[in-house]
Design a protein around this ligand. Structure first.
Ligand code: ADP
Ligand code: MG
Length: 388
């Protein structure tokens, strides 16, 4: 959807802000650009809507060279959200949100109705907030209006430059989560600039880690954290990257422990549930110290210890497959059992296996792939987006 081909930007004073940059963002993908101040992130972004012109190379939008598109026309296809928001102080929230459609000649009543929908979408009740002026909002609320306004013309592409930078950490996390929810509905192609690695990891389908005007690694959050392509990236993501990886690695069926299961409709422990992976232990099931108890539909009822087979004890609250290891580990640490049942939401919550600290470790190791490519143009756009 957005393709950079050997793009260089040198400013008049000789500063090379961006140096021979090539990358591609797939349709519906959210790519975060992360790196220290002055590394060329904003320059990269502003070249996409022609606020800045490249010195060399070209940028394609949906296959079209943007240098051939009239900048005004181009910007109608690209929503732009900046940290300072840039709301008109003398216009109401509703009119601010309706700015672009109104400019595009959408009748006023329709533009305002659409604006009200969008305010609702970003979590601002239009009845309460629509008639307010920007100064009557908190920083976080202003930021949401900025996002609503950028979405108002329904552009396929969104550029966001430090969009949540001006608010405190709690509000920030809240806005990030809301934005992810929003993005899962609107599925825009998004380039989002941040200097904050946590934000880049949390929001990005893929991350471009910037050095000085170049991309050091362009990859999924799990790969950037799990297999930094260069010493620079390893240093940037930090020594605690293993902990950060817990947030971006999902609980996966193949990492789970197989423990014997007992059906409430059967008398004795049986082999592991038919849907689970091959047993890791070849010991006879009846020798196991404990078993998971399932009902006839495969739902977790509890567990029994071998020495007290008659007593079903309550199992900890299950975690779903696909939850982050961070969430799962946090839940695991709250229980004395040392394990948690894992269920498959795609199978109506059927039992899928048992998560233990060893399984967390296995899942992290398994998700530690080689970097796909150090950086560079992906000749094929990424087809699949990581589910969230
Ligand atoms: P970032 O957004 O990553 O902080 P920028 O893209 O804003 O970085 O800037 C990249 C480099 O280009 C910096 O060294 C900055 O000082 C320089 N720069 C940015 N804008 C201009 C300009 N208009 N003229 C000269 N140098 C600039
Ligand atoms: Mg910047």
């Amino acid at each position: 959807m957005i393709r950079f081909e050997h793009v260089t930007k040198r400013y008049a004073d000789g500063t090379t802000a961006v140096d021979d940059l090539s990358f591609e963002v797939a349709e519906g993908e959210l790519v975060t650009l992360v790196g220290p101040s002055g590394c060329g992130k904003t320059t990269t972004m502003k070249m996409v809507n022609r606020l800045i012109e490249p010195t060399e190379g070209r940028i394609l939008l949906a296959g079209e060279d943007i240098s051939a598109i009239d900048p005004v026309q181009l910007r109608r296809r690209i929503g732009y959200v900046i940290q300072q928001v840039g709301l008109f102080p003398h216009r109401t929230v509703l009119d601010n949100t309706a700015t672009v459609p109104a400019l595009l000649g959408v009748p006023r009543a329709r533009a305002r109705a659409r604006a009200a929908e969008l305010l609702d979408l970003v979590g601002l009740d239009p009845k309460t907030y629509g008639s307010r002026y920007p100064e009557q909002l908190s920083g976080g609320q202003r930021q949401r209006v900025g996002v609503a306004r950028a979405l108002a013309a329904d552009p396929p592409v969104l550029l966001m430059d430090e969009p949540f930078g001006a608010v405190d950490p709690v509000v920030r996390e809240h806005l990030q989560n809301e934005f992810l929810r929003l993005q899962s509905q609107v599925r825009k192609t998004v380039l989002l600039v941040t200097h904050d690695l946590e934000e880049a990891v949390r929001l990005g389908d893929r991350i471009a880690v910037y050095g000085q005007g170049t991309i050091e690694q362009f990859d999924t959050p799990a790969r950037v954290l799990g297999a930094p392509a260069t010493p620079y990236v390893a240093d940037f993501v930090g020594a605690d990257r293993g902990l950060k990886r817990l947030s971006v690695t999902a609980v996966d069926a193949s990492a789970l422990e197989d423990v014997p299961v007992l059906r409430t409709d059967e008398a004795t422990p049986s082999a592991p549930a038919p849907t689970s992976a091959p047993p890791t232990s070849t010991a006879p099931a009846s020798d196991a110290p404990w078993s998971v108890v399932l009902d006839a539909d495969g739902r977790v009822q509890g567990w029994v210890a071998a020495e007290e087979p008659g007593r079903t004890r309550p199992a900890p609250e299950p975690v779903p497959l696909g939850a982050s290891l961070r969430e799962a580990l946090a839940a695991l640490l709250q229980h004395d059992t040392g394990w948690l049942p894992v269920v498959d939401p795609a199978e109506g919550g059927r039992y899928a296996g048992v998560l233990t600290p060893a399984a967390v470790h296995r899942a992290l190791r398994a998700a530690s792939p080689e970097p796909t490519e150090s950086t560079a143009v992906t000749e094929q756009p990424a087809k699949s987006l990581s589910p969230r």
